[in-house]
Write a protein that binds this ligand. Structure first.
Ligand code: NAG
Length: 157
């Protein structure tokens, strides 16, 4: 195994250890792969404005609207209406994962029409949004390539 792969595998293991503690229907490995595809699960990425009006933060690249739709989860003792509560949550691995869980509890759907909600559906809702999650995706895009590699490695679909 190459050193890079060793690092990725151990990062994923650490992530999964964190993610497995939460509740909900999303497989920890699925959350791990969304995190990896978004930022290689880098908890230090901070916030970015990739284009006007867009603002994404943390290892899952979560927007303010996504966090608000999820119900504004916060790190312990924080106030959801405090300026900075969003950034503090979504830059924290556990709170970010909780945001994805709560968002999916509301908005996960069977995007691909296979009769089950699996990780492919969850990642589509995460990346494309719930309203158009059956859209064609560009498989050559770095996000989707990274997601598919991860999903195959940890055996989620
Ligand atoms: C994580 O992101 C930070 C900020 O962009 C960067 O400096 C750092 O090198 C990244 N870490 C890894 C492991 O890629």
């Amino acid at each position: 195994m190459s050193p890079t792969k060793t690092i990725i595998v151990s990062v994923t293991a650490a992530i999964i250890f964190v993610l497995v503690q939460g509740q909900g229907p999303i497989e920890p490995n699925c959350l791990g792969c969304i995190c990896e595809a978004s930022t290689q699960c880098n908890v230090s990425v901070g916030c970015h404005t990739p284009y006007a009006g867009a603002y994404f933060c943390g290892p899952f690249l979560i927007s303010w609207a996504y966090w608000a739709d999820a119900g504004k989860p916060v790190i312990q003792n924080d106030d959801p209406n405090r300026q900075g509560a969003f950034e503090n949550c979504v830059n924290d691995l556990y709170c970010a994962a909780e945001t994805v869980r709560q968002y999916m509890a509301k908005f996960a759907s069977d995007c691909t029409g296979e009769g089950v909600i699996n990780c492919e559906d969850i990642v589509r809702v995460h990346k494309i949004g719930y309203s158009s999650c059956n859209a064609n995706v560009d498989s050559s895009d770095a996000f989707w390539q990274s997601y598919r590699t991860c999903a195959a490695r940890v055996n989620v679909n």
